[in-house]
Ligand binder design. Structure first.
Ligand SMILES: NC(=O)C1=CN([C@@H]2O[C@H](COP(=O)(O)OP(=O)(O)OC[C@H]3O[C@@H](n4cnc5c(N)ncnc54)[C@H](O)[C@@H]3O)[C@@H](O)[C@H]2O)C=CC1
Ligand SMILES: O=C(O)[C@H]1O[C@H](OP(=O)(O)OP(=O)(O)OC[C@H]2O[C@@H](n3ccc(=O)[nH]c3=O)[C@H](O)[C@@H]2O)[C@H](O)[C@@H](O)[C@@H]1O
Length: 454
């Protein structure tokens, strides 16, 4: 099939490359010329495992191309996929301006009857009907087209794997023709497909993200109780997750959810509910819990040191999760801001996200970036673990314990088991578990069995 993808961000690029990989002829379009120039050279503007290799292969085999021209992208496409950003407006609602511009441009350049225009961007219920109007109003001649909703569920950091091994593909369509074309497009992936109305497909996306965010805030609240009641959140989450009705995923307590989607989509859903005069109190609480969770470690550091003025903090992990360079809504942004506010200075390290964070916090007397985790730690009074990168989970704790300052470890991702920490003699604060003071003490924990995954 001939497919065009509008927007070459995390979703558009991965979708385009994977659709080319299964044999389609794919044109990816973006208004950002710099991105398109890079992509034409086979370089990915985002850090996503495996993307460059798959891109290179499909460029070489002439199934994939990149352009800034709407006429090139629209003229022969059977399917056009909209994957532009839908960021938050100041009131939390979804900003549909990029989508409107893209839809209008499609309308202006559509010349082939029967094209299906698919919204993959996350959009409020009712938006596909607007997309239809925007296109209709921009047509230069009468053309038959259809719209469809096809929300995306991939995660950054495992986007290619998630595309090939998704739990489901949701297709909201208006006719049998639309359903037929999209089912055919996705048939090589052999993934269960759910066909719904446009509105239900749009709602499935928000409801899924809101539910996952709720699970995270719920387990974080339980962690906050565990800290005060001498229970261990890792054991508690494991025990809960063994109940198949609950399931083990998204029960990892920590410093809350970040990223470009959970914060944006939970706020948007509260706003969508507000627009129809329904107060979504549960989701409002989920959002509030997450905001306070993001700076939980600062409270622990203040309790420990009294004052943070003049203290040196090593920040390990800047990305909102491992295996991505994305720092959008990362807890690291709030933690750094608050540490600087309290008069601390920062040495920050991340395997890939430093260039993105430097745009927000350029290097200065207060904040320095280092090329290894150990460099960041060398002179620190305290260490904040904010992203559970594999290399951070593998830090050599005895080496850290031997440093002159013997830094205090504040672990926002519960990367270490308590026995390992206890052996190292470090003072250790984590989320929802007992504090280890470096003195000889027996941590209250059990030996984990196999199979507990997040
Ligand atoms: N990032 C993720 O993991 C996921 C994102 N989504 C949703 O997918 C959508 C896209 O998200 P991302 O890929 O993260 O966004 P992004 O910000 O990484 O990329 C969006 C791209 O669209 C381009 N663009 C903007 N206006 C355009 C126009 N008029 N014509 C052509 N290109 C245009 C931008 O230059 C940019 O390259 C959002 O609605 C998001 O909520 C859904 C699932 C996963
Ligand atoms: O709509 C989207 O953009 C995407 O949002 C999330 O994907 P993503 O944001 O890439 O990453 P997740 O792995 O879901 O993690 C989100 C945040 O939650 C945190 N998290 C996740 C799981 C957990 O148990 N605990 C926890 O704190 C992570 O550290 C991270 O900050 C969803 O998982 C995807 O299904 C969805 O497509």
């Amino acid at each position: 099939m001939k497919v065009s993808v509008i927007g070459t961000g995390y979703v558009g690029l991965v979708t385009g490359v994977c659709l080319a990989e299964v044999g389609n002829n794919v044109t990816c379009l973006d208004i950002d010329e710099e991105k398109i120039n890079m992509l034409q050279l086979g370089k990915s503007p985002i850090y996503e495992s495996g993307i460059e290799e798959m891109m290179e292969k499909n460029l070489h085999e002439n199934r994939l191309s990149f352009t800034t021209s709407y006429s090139t992208a629209c003229e022969r496409a059977d399917v056009i996929i909209l994957a532009v950003g839908t960021p938050s407006n100041p009131n939390g609602s979804a900003n549909l301006l990029y989508l409107q511009k893209a839809a209008e441009n499609i309308g202006k350049h559509l010349i082939k009857d029967g094209t299906i225009i698919v919204t993959k961007s996350t959009v409020p219920v009712g938006t596909n009907n607007k997309v239809k109007q925007w296109i209709q109003q921009s047509l230069t001649e009468p053309i038959f087209f259809e719209v469809a909703s096809n929300p995306e569920f991939l995660r950054e950091g495992s986007a290619i794997q998630d595309t090939f091994e998704a739990d489901r593909i949701v297709i909201g369509t208006e006719s049998r023709y639309g359903t037929h074309v999209l089912k055919e497009l996705y048939s090589p992936f052999q993934i269960p497909t759910l066909q719904t109305s446009l509105e239900s497909a749009e709602m499935i996306k928000y409801a899924s993200n809101a539910f996952l965010a709720t699970k995270i805030s719920f387990i974080n609240e339980i962690a906050n109780l565990c800290e005060k009641l001498d229970a261990d959140i890792e054991d508690v989450a494991k025990g809960m997750g063994m109940d198949q009705r609950i399931g083990p995923q998204f029960l990892k307590a920590g410093i809350g959810y970040g990223g470009s989607c959970f914060p944006k989509d939970t706020n948007a859903l509260v706003q969508i509910a507000g627009d129809i005069e329904h107060r979504f109190e549960l989701l409002e609480s989920v959002i509030r819990v997450n905001s306070s969770q993001q700076i939980k470690l600062i409270g622990k550091a203040l309790d420990h040191f009294g004052s943070l003025k003049g203290k040196k903090a090593a920040i390990l992990g800047l990305a909102f999760k491992p295996n991505t360079d994305d720092i959008r809504e990362s807890a690291a942004i709030e933690v750094i801001k608050t540490l600087l506010h309290y008069g601390a200075t920062v040495n920050a390290y991340d395997p890939v996200a430093i260039p993105n964070m430097k745009r927000l916090y350029p290097e200065s007397a207060e904040i320095q970036y280092t090329s290894t985790a150990y460099e960041a730690i060398a002179n620190a009074d305290m260490i904040f673990i904010l992203t559970d990168w594999e290399e951070i989970k593998e830090l050599n704790l005895p080496t850290i314990a031997e440093l002159e300052k013997k830094p205090v470890l504040f672990d926002g991702r519960n990367c270490f088991d308590l026995r390992t920490i206890q052996k190292s003699g470090l003072t250790y604060h984590s989320i929802g578990r007992q504090i280890l003071t470096g003195a000889r003490q027996d941590p209250k924990f059990v030996e984990y069995g196999d199979g507990f995954e997040n």
